[in-house]
Ligand binder design. Structure first.
Ligand code: SAM
Length: 400
């Protein structure tokens, strides 16, 4: 983590600009608990059009300024620049620094790796979509993409080394119909249009026999998979785990419509890395395929992340509970408060919220009572929206 240790610096004036870096505000931690807590400052900066925070800690012998973890931006050179400019701007006497920008390698271009915002705002295709969940070594995904050039494949994986490997293969094999996303498959389907997917492959998912709630398959997952499947589309599970197979068969047979097909030791034209492993051990391989015959309504995701106004920020800080509030499928946790210096009714609130599978940490920024999400609105998943609505209720409840 880039940081600079220093002493004897001058006061930072905000707003101000030095060498292209904007120093917009300083926010001081506001402690509402009984326990004394060390004072910490968040400095709002903007460099090369990106907004982020620097954390400033004032220890007895020295001070330390570093990147704030939640608002980290890439490339890291942007943050290092801002840290170096901060110490220069305040004439600090630097004792230690790891912010030299010389050895930075350029980020490799990852043309086929997209982030989730791409699916929220840009993704369009007139081709059939097929999705593979947890592609691992990618053997099956690459084979399918090469043999079905008119299909747009989406590969979902959460293991970064597997993603890196498959991206290399995509380049070597010159494949143009795969998009890779590093995102939890249990939350991804929300961003896909109804009736647009021909096949969803879930091959050898982690069985999670001791923690079934972590499995990819659940009632919610099947419901969303069915919504995105076209008429005659299929959701295909292939597994060596009898327990996972039984679990999925039970979930699928609770559906009100659809056809279910079961196979044991079915031969596929391509064998994945895990399949090879289980075959060597003479394990049975089970397939359960759901054929969907419904046409589902298009969903219009609610993207309203607006807030009202806070009339008295300090009173709000004093009245809000800092304990996590947990519901069935989402939560929110209001964690820390900061007051922006020399500005009326202004501050930062550090929050974590959304789904248990992929919690999101962010700051809310309040300027003259008006609340918004610092660095932009969250991804509009249903759990983020539900958590937002609860936080909105709590924050704009007039305590004055
Ligand atoms: C046992 S491996 C199987 C890999 C590959 N399908 C095969 O047959 O060789 C399961 C893969 O699923 C990925 N995975 C687990 N949970 C996931 C999730 N919620 N979303 C996307 N990928 C997931 C893991 O990272 C892992 O690479």
């Amino acid at each position: 983590m880039p940081h600079i240790v220093f002493n004897n610096n001058g006061e930072l004036i905000t707003p101000s600009n030095k060498d292209g870096v904007d120093f917009k505000f300083i926010a001081k931690s506001y402690n509402v608990s009984e326990k004394p807590k060390k004072t910490e400052y968040k400095i709002g900066v903007s460099n090369q059009t990106k907004d982020f925070l620097l954390t400033l800690k004032d220890n007895k012998e020295n001070k330390i300024v570093k990147a704030d973890k939640i608002t980290r931006v890439t490339p890291v050179t942007i943050v290092k620049d801002a840290l170096n400019t901060y110490v220069k701007h305040t004439n600090a006497n630097v004792l230690f620094s790891n912010t030299s920008n010389f050895s930075q390698k350029a980020e490799p271009q990852k043309e086929y790796l997209k982030d989730i915002e791409y699916f929220v705002n840009e993704f369009e295709t007139s081709n059939e979509i097929q999705i593979e969940i947890g592609f691992g070594s990618g053997r099956h995904l690459l084979y399918q993409a090469q043999n079905n050039p008119d299909v747009q494949f989406i590969g979902l994986e959460i293991h970064t080394p597997s993603i890196e490997q498959v991206l290399k293969q995509i380049k070597i094999l010159n494949i143009r119909n795969i998009i890779i996303v590093n995102y939890d498959a249990r939350l991804f389907m929300e961003f896909i249009k109804s009736n647009s997917v021909g096949k969803i492959f879930v091959h050898f998912p982690v069985p999670w026999d001791k923690k079934p709630h972590r499995r990819v398959y659940s009632n919610d997952f099947i419901y969303e998979a069915k919504r995105v499947l076209k008429f005659t589309g299929t959701l295909e599970l292939r597994t060596d785990s009898r327990k996972y197979f039984d679990f999925c068969v039970e979930l699928l047979t609770n559906l009100s419509s659809g056809k279910i097909e079961i196979d044991i030791n079915k031969d596929l034209p391509i064998s994945s890395k895990y399949e090879d492993r289980w075959k060597k051990q003479n394990k049975n391989i089970y397939d359960v395929t759901l054929h969907s015959f419904t046409i589902d309504e298009e969903i219009e995701p609610n993207k309203d992340f607006s807030f009202g106004k806070i009339n008295n920020l300090i009173k709000t800080f004093e009245n809000i509970s800092q304990k996590a509030v947990i519901f069935d499928d989402y939560f929110y946790h209001i964690e820390d408060f900061y007051l922006i210096e020399n500005e009326k009714n202004s501050g930062l609130i550090q929050i974590t919220f959304g789904s248990f599978n992929r919690p999101l940490s962010k700051y809310l920024i309040i300027r003259d009572g008006i609340i918004s999400y610092y660095q932009g609105e969250p991804i509009p998943t249903s759990s983020n929206i539900k958590a937002h609505n609860k936080m909105k209720e709590i924050l704009t409840n007039d305590y004055c």
